[in-house]
Design a binder for this molecule. Structure first.
Ligand code: GLP
Length: 255
């Protein structure tokens, strides 16, 4: 696992975008795993500034709400369209989001898992982390080998996401999320974290035991993980022995 610590949330985006641009240059038809939430937004903004041809890139979103009307501005299909597909000028036909308005969401989830496999798997999966340690919408208690499925959102997650809706009641009760087992099959996991409010959970995920109580702790078992955190989020990480400070994007960083 490599950990880059940078001064600001915006710098997390620059560093992560640099990593993604290098991947796309070496593999123009890379398959990206696309995360929503606030943390990855600086990545997409920074990546748009790179002169790299993304016309052959494809993407799979991590998750989607179940039950929002099609075209709802806060559905992840719409967020991904606005923040990723249009910003990066990806081919919309190459960008998939779980179908949260399917008549049979369980089947839609299974089909989505199969579509990822059929695409040859995800090369780089962008991830954020929830305050309770969730990855995508894998809430605490999710099986570490879980597949893409329908899940019930915790009240904590609904409260955290209420900021995107006019009323807290509007936040859906269920979602389709890639499973932890699905996420673990990606070749490279790129976790971006910022803010002091994530410091406790980031330390628990990276330095604590691997446990379903903190789904993000499963990152410790993946062979290729890059964490990009701002100083506030990294404040409680255990100092790693034997590693030297590195300099990233012109900013002092410690590993
Ligand atoms: C959301 C998403 C996750 C995201 C997390 C943290 O609900 N489903 O994929 O990582 O919550 O979001 P944020 O980065 O806004 O804190």
């Amino acid at each position: 696992m490599e950990i880059f610590v940078v001064p600001t949330a915006s710098a997390t985006g620059s560093v992560a975008a640099g990593i993604l641009a290098a991947v796309i240059r070496s593999k123009p038809d890379a398959v990206l795993g696309l995360a929503t939430g606030g943390s990855p937004l600086p990545i997409y903004k920074a990546l748009a500034g790179h002169s790299v041809d993304m016309s052959a890139v494809s993407g799979f979103a991590l998750d989607e709400y179940v039950g929002l009307p099609a075209g709802h501005p806060e559905s992840y299909a719409e967020v991904v369209r606005r923040e990723v597909t249009e910003r990066l000028q990806l081919d919309p036909a190459k960008v998939a989001v779980p179908d949260g308005s399917a008549a049979d969401p369980e089947q839609a989830a299974a089909d989505y898992d199969a579509a990822i496999a059929a695409a040859g798997g995800i090369d780089v999966q962008i991830l954020g982390i929830g305050h309770n340690g969730h990855l995508a919408f894998n809430e605490p208690g999710s099986a570490l080998d879980s597949r893409t499925r329908v899940e019930v959102l915790t009240e904590r997650t609904r409260a955290a996401n209420a900021r995107y809706f006019s009323t807290p009641e509007e936040v859906p009760l269920r979602c389709i999320t890639q499973g932890l087992g699905t996420i673990m099959e990606a070749g490279h996991l790129l976790l971006v974290v910022n803010g002091a409010d994530k410091a406790d959970i980031l330390a628990a995920a990276l330095n604590g035991p691997v446990t379903a109580d903190c789904p993000a702790s499963i990152l410790q078992w993946h062979p290729h993980v890059t964490v990009v955190a701002d100083e506030a989020a990294a404040a409680l990480l255990a100092p790693a022995s034997g590693q030297v400070p590195v300099r990233v994007a012109g900013a002092a960083a410690t590993v």
